[in-house]
Every structure is written in structure tokens, then in C-alpha cells.
Ligand binder design. Structure first.
Ligand SMILES: [Zn+2]
Length: 144
């Protein structure tokens, strides 16, 4: 599978994208002013959101996707990740950074899923399977 580009009017999961947009409004990004929101949808229909959280010690910043996965796992979620939406402030869609791809992969592999990642910009959405964003991933199964 590969990336599919869609205009926002044909977005496949508008509610999930809206949840990510709402999360971005809570962004704590006073240094970069680059607000990001993420929303995870699970097989039971539940949605967990996250936003980026920066720190005066810049290197300690947390990405929205990592915050969302941490929230879900802290609540006991260990699988069933079906879809992820990531919303940034730019016209072009943003994609998860490398660290977040790995963090998302951990949760996806625990549940045996390959979630679609909706990368959302102001004017375009890209729908990309996580396995395409992170091919040949290292995960729980890699440790035997
Ligand atoms: Zn990240």
C-alpha cells in the first residue's frame, strides 16, 4: 500500500481529524509555536488524544503522538489501534517524526494491527498505513 492524497472534503475519518484539531488547541508550544494534535482510534471506538508539550529545556519536548500513546497505555490500552490522525499548523500535511513512528508501532504490534495514519494539513490529507511510514519495523515481536 502507499499514500493516498485526498482533499479535506473527502476525508475518510472527519471525526478523528476533528479530535486531533481540538487537541492541537491545547498545545503547549511557546517556543516553536508549532501546535500539533494527534488522535488515536481503537477497535472499540474509543479515541485518545494528545498534543505536543514543549519545555524550556528544548530537548525534552514531547510530540503529540507520543503523548497520545502514553495516555492510552497509562489507561491500560494494549492493542486495537485502528487509525491515527495527526494535525499540524501547515498547509501541507505533516507526518509523525521517526520517534513517534516507533512509538505508534509498539502499540500497533501489540494488537496486531497496521493502523492508517491520516496526515492532515490545512488543504490536504494523506492517508498512509503505518507500515509504509515505518517499513521493516523493529517491535515487540523482534525480541522473540
Ligand atoms: Zn514525534
Amino acid at each position: 500500500m502507499s499514500a493516498i492524497e485526498l482533499p479535506e472534503s473527502e476525508m475518510p475519518d472527519a471525526e478523528l481529524v476533528q479530535a486531533a484539531r481540538a487537541a492541537a488547541e491545547q498545545s503547549y508550544s511557546p517556543y516553536s509555536r508549532f501546535a500539533v494534535g494527534a488522535a488515536l482510534r481503537f477497535a472499540d471506538g474509543s479515541v485518545v488524544t494528545g498534543t505536543n508539550i514543549e519545555n524550556a529545556s528544548y530537548g525534552l519536548a514531547l510530540c503529540a503522538e507520543t503523548v497520545a500513546v502514553a495516555k492510552a497505555m497509562a489507561e491500560g490500552v494494549r492493542g486495537g489501534l485502528e487509525a491515527v490522525a495527526v494535525v499540524g499548523p501547515t498547509a501541507d500535511p505533516i507526518t509523525p517524526c521517526g520517534r513517534c513512528r516507533q512509538v505508534l508501532n509498539e502499540l500497533a504490534q501489540l494488537g496486531g494491527t497496521d493502523p492508517v495514519v491520516l496526515c492532515v494539513g490545512a488543504e490536504e490529507v494523506r492517508s498512509i498505513p503505518l507500515s509504509v511510514l515505518l517499513p521493516h519495523a523493529f517491535g515487540p515481536a523482534s525480541l522473540g
